[in-house]
Design a protein around this ligand. Structure first.
Ligand SMILES: Cc1cc2nc3c(=O)[nH]c(=O)nc-3n(C[C@H](O)[C@H](O)[C@H](O)COP(=O)(O)O)c2cc1C
Length: 336
């Protein structure tokens, strides 16, 4: 059997290398290679996993929490939900049935879920098998989108990703809503980029190379973001890309708790993967939920005012981004 150099190649996975003859723990570990390709805010990858014989424990890694941008740890939990969803899709692809228990130990808030896995399980109906392939291709796309509507059938396919009770996906092409969101984005960028603590945090992660820039460029980016208030330029750029998108979307939840946020992440990742199979690009724009007064405004734009907006993003068409963002090696996120 081929040996991986996990340090070098988190993205280079070949499903043929699934260790069919290996022990159970090795097999479960292989599934996690797909989990770590999930999106996460600032590509912080704030997750840890403990694979056992027939179960994987999924943890948040609070050391990677964005304390300034994500004060309420919403994005932290959504990010882990994205990784959990990739894990379940990979599990189904390799023939496992699964049972997820969210926050199984109420006193242990780091343990987000345990996933029991059983070989020869039945796949779930709402996880289309094609989603597995898309795990490797999915990427965030921050380009200006083309002036091209998304066909109704494709919107329906995306809508069908949201099956969790108490979670709601709202997509709109309404111009008036877009204008209002645009105003909020401009306010959000102005507030955040005028805040040295926000810039320092963003600069730190840029300096870590999380967005794929080579080391020197990443360090220059870190200095620029940390020491220059670029709020005007950022707001103008974000306004242009927001207004270009044919569809704006929000995922909301009835209850504003951790489990709901993890489930929001799962729905979002499914949307991303379905979108990837349809050639539709996705770009989260979180600044409008990171500032509480703006979040309250966002809630008013969603037809279910009692629900809490958890994640906002735009959808549309553009050329692919040239590069994929890096990932930490699997061994770094395993706990035993
Ligand atoms: C909860 C969450 C919030 C995010 N917020 C933003 C955002 O506000 N702006 C942005 O450009 N990207 C945002 N992203 C995208 C991440 O930056 C992206 O997933 C990460 O850099 C990894 O790149 P990839 O998605 O191309 O694999 C967010 C992703 C998640 C999961």
């Amino acid at each position: 059997m081929k040996k991986y150099n996990l340090r070098v190649t988190p993205r280079q996975i070949n499903e043929q290398d699934f260790p069919h003859d290996g022990n159970s723990a090795k097999k479960l570990q292989f599934l996690l290679r797909y989990a770590i390709l999930a999106p996460s805010s600032h590509n912080t990858q704030p997750w840890k996993f403990s694979p056992g014989e027939d179960e994987i424990q999924v943890f948040i890694d609070r050391t990677r929490w964005l304390k300034v941008a994500d004060t309420d740890q919403r994005e932290l939990h959504i990010s882990v939900g994205c990784a959990l969803e990739n894990l379940l899709i990979a599990a189904e692809h390799f023939g496992y049935g699964h049972q997820v228990t969210y926050f199984p130990e109420p006193a242990n808030k780091e343990l987000v879920a345990t996933v029991k896995l059983k070989s020869q399980g039945q796949p779930t109906l709402f996880r289309d098998p094609v989603l597995f392939e898309a795990i490797l291709n999915r990427q965030t796309n921050r380009k200006v989108y083309e002036e091209r509507p998304i066909p109704q059938d494709d919107l329906q396919y995306l809508q069908n990703c949201c099956v969790e009770g108490g979670i709601w996906l709202h997509m709109t092409d309404d111009l008036e809503t877009r204008r209002k969101v645009d105003e909020l984005i401009i306010r959000g960028d102005t507030i955040q980029f005028s805040d040295p603590a926000f810039r320092e945090e963003l600069g730190y992660w840029i300096g870590q190379g999380v967005f794929g820039a080579p080391w020197l460029i990443a360090k220059i980016g870190q200095l620029a973001v940390t020491y220059m208030n670029m709020s005007k330029g950022q707001a103008k750029k974000d306004s242009e890309i927001l207004m270009s998108a044919p569809i704006l979307a929000a995922i909301s939840s009835e209850v504003n708790d951790r489990e709901s946020q993890v489930k929001v992440g799962q729905v979002f990742e499914r949307v991303c993967l379905v979108a990837a199979t349809l050639g539709i690009r996705v770009h989260p724009m979180s600044q409008i939920l990171e500032i509480s007064e703006l979040k309250a405004e966002v809630a008013k734009l969603i037809p279910k005012p009692d629900m809490v907006p958890q994640h906002t993003f735009r959808l549309g068409y553009a050329e692919l981004e040239k590069e994929y963002t890096p990932r930490r090696p699997l061994e770094e996120v395993l706990v035993r």
